[in-house]
Design a protein around this ligand. Structure first.
Ligand code: NAI
Ligand code: MG
Length: 356
């Protein structure tokens, strides 16, 4: 197949890790007979430096015309000046909005070889493989807010709202993903207290009964879910939840594997291009040293193939190659724990080698 892919390297280690993910995508394209074209565009601090805008119009246009977007990371101390007119993160928030990306996907998968990096015991964590769908453009983060009164009586509020349409579209995406996996979906809410959660639960249950009767569906309260993630993470396959709960639960879950440098994420909308990125930031402390772990970005590239291009075999091949590299004991410094560490390029070359 032909695909037009946009790279947004961004700042810090972003250019180093996206360059390696691009090599992996090129390798997969030639191996499986696809034609991927790449174009690089600016976002974040580097875009502020060159044109004063963290998301130039040219970048937006290129992303909208693409099949999918692979992002490195944005930000760094250089742009942290509080008096600055704009910030690198503004570019990231804006591109998500421009592309209508309402679903944030975060796989929490523990590679067997890294079980010992987890803060949890092997018996509990081994085999964990969860895919979170967090609603990204609605809920309390986008609700009406304000303040009134003064002194001890000063009061602030922020309201939470969800519409049936907003719940339906993300539940459908999550249910379809479940059908490609273990066929189980868990919806997380706070329906014992919150009215938007009651609508969420009711809508999710209806969509599942009407459209996905084959998918095993259950509901869990968010406070209970916070506990289950720590004491029985293996019991979950696909999890769908609102913006606030998803923000907190995905950060909690991202600690389970014990290594930030391994975790990819994706943001999807309806139809248009998806945005794929590692969950870590621009790691300014190690930028330019050639030691950043490229695996989260390489795994984000695998998600791109799976979710935007429907190339599941190709995605599986990349994930398997990453597993082999880890099984062979290769580690970048973030994973090496004092042992022998290899650099960014050596790591991606090892992945290319195992793809062969
Ligand atoms: P960070 O994720 O960049 O770094 C945290 C720690 O993990 C650092 O010690 C870093 O060296 C290490 N690390 C991160 N990714 C790594 C990798 N691939 N390989 C090896 N080590 C890695 O988070 P931090 O330090 O809080 O933020 C740094 C900058 O990144 C800030 O400007 C922040 O705003 C930005 N940021 C950007 C994000 C994005 O673009 N999506 C997300 C989070 C932070
Ligand atoms: Mg968060």
């Amino acid at each position: 197949m032909k695909a037009n892919l946009v790279l947004l390297p961004g700042d810090g280690i972003g250019p180093e890790i996206t360059a390696e993910a691009k090599r992996v995508l090129e390798n997969v394209a030639s191996r499986f007979g696809h034609e991927f074209t790449f174009s690089s565009h600016q976002i974040g601090g580097i875009a502020i430096d060159s044109c004063g805008d963290p998301l130039p119009a040219e970048t937006i246009d290129a992303c909208k015309a693409s099949d999918a977007v692979l992002l490195g990371a944005v930000g760094g101390p250089k742009w942290d000046d509080p008096s600055a007119k704009t910030r690198p993160e503004v570019g990231l928030l804006k591109i998500r909005k421009e592309l209508g990306l309402f679903a944030n996907l975060r796989p929490i998968r523990l590679f067997d070889e890294l079980v010992d990096a987890s803060p949890l015991k092997r018996e509990i964590i081994e085999g964990t493989d969860i895919l979170f769908f967090r609603e990204l453009t609605g809920g309390i983060y986008f609700g009406d807010s304000g303040r009134s009164g003064s002194g001890a009586g000063e009061t602030a509020f922020q309201s939470m709202a969800y519409s049936v349409m907003e719940v339906e579209r993300i539940v459908r995406l999550a249910a379809k993903a479940a059908q490609q996996r273990d066929n189980r979906l868990t919806s997380v809410d706070k329906a014992n207290v919150l009215e938007p959660s009651r609508l969420w639960r009711q809508t999710a249950a209806r969509v599942m009964a009407e459209e996905f009767p084959d998918v095993k569906f259950d509901v869990v309260l968010v406070d209970a879910m916070a506990m289950h993630l720590i004491n029985r993470p293996r019991d979950f396959d696909v999890v769908v939840t609102g913006n606030l709960f998803g923000d907190i639960l995905t950060d909690e879950a991202s600690m389970l594997p014990g290594s930030l440098g391994m975790l990819p994420s994706a943001s999807l909308g309806e139809g248009g291009p998806g945005l794929y990125e590692p969950i870590h930031g621009s790691a300014p402390d190690i930028a330019g040293k050639g030691i950043a772990n490229p695996l989260a970005t390489i795994l984000a590239a695998a998600m791109l193939l799976r979710h935007s291009l429907s190339l599941a075999d190709e995605a599986d091949a990349i994930e398997a190659a990453v597993g082999k590299v880890l099984a062979d004991g290769l580690r970048t410094s973030d994973l090496a724990r004092g042992g022998k560490a290899i650099g960014t390029k050596e790591m991606s070359e090892a992945v290319l080698d195992r793809l062969a």
